[in-house]
Unconditional design. Structure first.
Length: 312
């Protein structure tokens, strides 16, 4: 068992888009040996200490947490918005069962802090879109969004009823170059860079004028760590925090890419994801996050585009 003064961190879903970058940040902060990464599939040796774990298996999770003396959990397992629409009930099961497994192990094993991501998918067509306030109507139209609203309310319940310190961010679309996104409505904003580099052309599954909130992964990792570092009593919101950084349309992103890649062309073939995007915010009001734990994004559109084109 780890001593009380040492943080011992467990990541669930460490092989995904967020986990691939978060695990390095957590290793830098807590020490290579104090971060245990898990995923359904085996992780490369470069991931550090890792183990195959199905987060649906509460017993295996409990045993691992106990054996390792885990003090913090980052739960990054989910079926995202677009994929979940193709298999609603299994996706609901996965999103909620893994959530409750983490909550249960946190309660039973004295976990100090649990991070669980929420999303802009908690919002829906009845929500004000520009900007979307911290406290507003939550009537999502996707299974993924419903699971995130349910989790947010459980976060708050678990804090009030059991004093469980669960922290959460409503991530916007996340843009990164180290690992592919996992089947969301905002994935176009990553795909576009790969296609731009390979073919100097892209066909977007969202229309030209579809404005969505987005964030470069480095900002998302900083936001996550800043929220986890904040003193518990500074956090006025126990559901999840709005966090904003960028917002742009596919046409605006294409213009920014064209500034680096002469002749880059974009065409549009909207599919079922268009309706999901149309129900989501265009811009996020994140004043609560700025006030409560000092949130401040660093990457603007041009800097994000520059770094992406350099690295994909
Ligand atoms: N990027 C995610 C999605 O599109 C939002 O959480 O599903």
């Amino acid at each position: 068992m780890a001593q009380n003064s040492i943080e011992k961190v467990l990541i669930l879903g460490a092989g995904g888009q967020i986990g691939t970058e978060l695990r390095g940040a957590l290793q830098a902060r807590y020490g290579w040996d104090n971060v245990v990464s898990t995923d359904l599939k085996e992780l490369p040796e470069s991931a550090g200490r890792s183990q195959v774990l199905n987060a649906m298996d509460g017993k295996a999770l409990d045993e691992l947490v106990h054996r390792e003396g885990i003090t913090q959990i980052y739960h990054l397992v989910a079926t995202l918005s677009a994929t979940a629409e193709k298999a609603p009930l299994p996706s609901w099961d996965l999103n909620m069962q893994t959530y409750f497994n983490a909550v249960e192990v946190a309660r039973n094993r004295g976990i100090r802090k649990l991070f669980w991501p929420s999303s802009i998918a908690v919002f829906g067509p009845s929500t004000p879109r520009n900007p979307t306030p911290q406290e507003t109507i939550l009537e999502p139209t996707t299974v993924y969004g419903i699971s995130k609203v349910a989790g947010e309310l459980w976060n708050q319940y678990a804090y009030k009823a059991w004093g469980l310190d669960i922290r959460s961010l409503r991530y916007p679309g996340l843009i990164s170059h180290t690992a592919p996104p996992g089947g969301g409505t905002t994935d176009y904003a990553v795909d576009i860079f790969h296609q731009a580099k390979a073919h100097n052309a892209y066909t977007s599954f969202l229309g030209a004028e579809t404005r969505l909130p987005m964030m470069f992964m480095e900002d998302a990792i900083r936001a996550t760590l800043a929220l986890m570092d904040a003193p518990a009593d500074a956090l006025q919101h126990r559901t999840a925090y709005n966090v904003g950084a960028l917002d742009f349309t596919p046409a605006e992103l294409a213009d920014a890419i064209r500034a680096h890649l002469t002749g880059f062309t974009i065409s549009y073939a909207p599919d079922f994801r268009q309706a999901i995007a149309d129900s989501w915010p265009q811009r996020i009001d994140d004043s609560a996050a700025r006030r409560d734990w000092g949130w401040q994004p660093r990457f603007d559109l041009n800097e994000m585009v520059r770094v992406m084109l350099e690295n994909v």
